[in-house]
Design a protein around this ligand. Structure first.
Ligand SMILES: C[S@@+](CC[C@H](N)C(=O)[O-])C[C@H]1O[C@@H](n2cnc3c(N)ncnc32)[C@H](O)[C@@H]1O
Length: 256
């Protein structure tokens, strides 16, 4: 009896912000049909319970004491795995297309003749503020929101943060914890010392906690950044709303 060779293909799946219940049904179905799974540090390992027991799972993120694969290495591993095993599921934190390099990985695989698919995930950019009681837009408070990375690929502060400080929109900053002092200085220079700010750590995970303040006092209230800490900074009038829900005890998911 000959066994038919499996078709090489790649599905890039959004794992959501951390809580393993916050993946989509389509994401779970992809995990169930995987022949190999490659996953990141921000994807909750509990999601691997959906993967058949015999299927290999490969961690390709950053972990203390291990040198992570660079992006070229990950791209090659995705293609080699698809050719060797068949269906590769690439599990990424949040949504793969929100600062997740999901598009780049799909594009590389496509150019190598591998069929590709995308399963959206719930991005931390919206879900983490929401779980802390902070709506990114709210009638009477904010009519738009900017989701930005605060950090350039070389580790420096993005110049777009200064532009955002001049705007009325809610500003949602990913990868900003290491630069929080420089960020608030830009908002202070824009005359926004009293603007509400929320710093939201490890949203939707058991160790989630939130710190609320204003541009002038948030640095003193926020935790000192340590590598590996995941956090989102929200600057805007809506940031004060989370504190309100906490005070009223309305939402059980609002901590800190
Ligand atoms: C490389 S980006 C990936 C974003 C992801 N693709 C998404 O849509 O959520 C990583 C950054 O997202 C933010 N982040 C992701 N998950 C988070 C969480 N559970 N709590 C707080 N921030 C989170 C942090 O700012 C972190 O540095």
């Amino acid at each position: 009896m000959t066994i038919a060779k499996k078709t090489a293909r790649l599905t890039v799946v959004g794992a959501g912000p951390g809580d393993p219940d916050l993946i989509t049904l389509k994401g779970v179905k992809a995990l169930r049909s995987a022949d190999i799974v490659l996953y990141d540090a921000l994807a909750n390992e509990a999601l691997l319970e959906h993967v058949p027991v015999h299927v290999p799972r490969v961690f390709v993120g950053k972990r203390r004491g291990h040198k992570p694969l660079d992006q070229d290495g990950i791209n090659r591993l995705l293609v080699d795995s698809a050719r060797q095993y068949g269906h590769v599921v690439r599990l990424k934190g949040g949504d793969p297309f929100v600062f997740g390099r999901g598009y780049e990985e799909m594009d590389y695989a496509r150019r190598q003749g591998i069929g590709v698919d995308y399963v959206p995930g719930i991005s931390s950019a919206i879900a983490v503020p929401g779980l802390a009681g902070v709506p990114v837009s709210c009638r009477g408070y904010s009519r738009s929101f900017w989701v930005m990375t605060a950090t350039n690929s070389d580790g420096s502060l993005s110049s777009e943060v200064a532009q955002a400080a001049q705007n009325e929109a809610t500003v949602v900053l990913l990868m900003g914890l290491a630069h929080i002092e420089a960020i608030v200085a830009l908002f202070e220079a824009a005359g926004k010392s009293d603007l509400p700010v929320a710093v939201l750590y490890h949203g939707s995970r058991p160790d989630a906690h939130s710190v609320f303040g204003t541009v002038k006092d948030i640095v003193q209230k926020a935790q000192t950044y340590t590598p590996g800490m995941a956090g989102i900074i929200v600057l805007g009038e809506v940031a004060a709303l989370g504190r309100q829900l906490t005070a009223d005890g309305v939402m059980s998911s609002v901590l800190g």
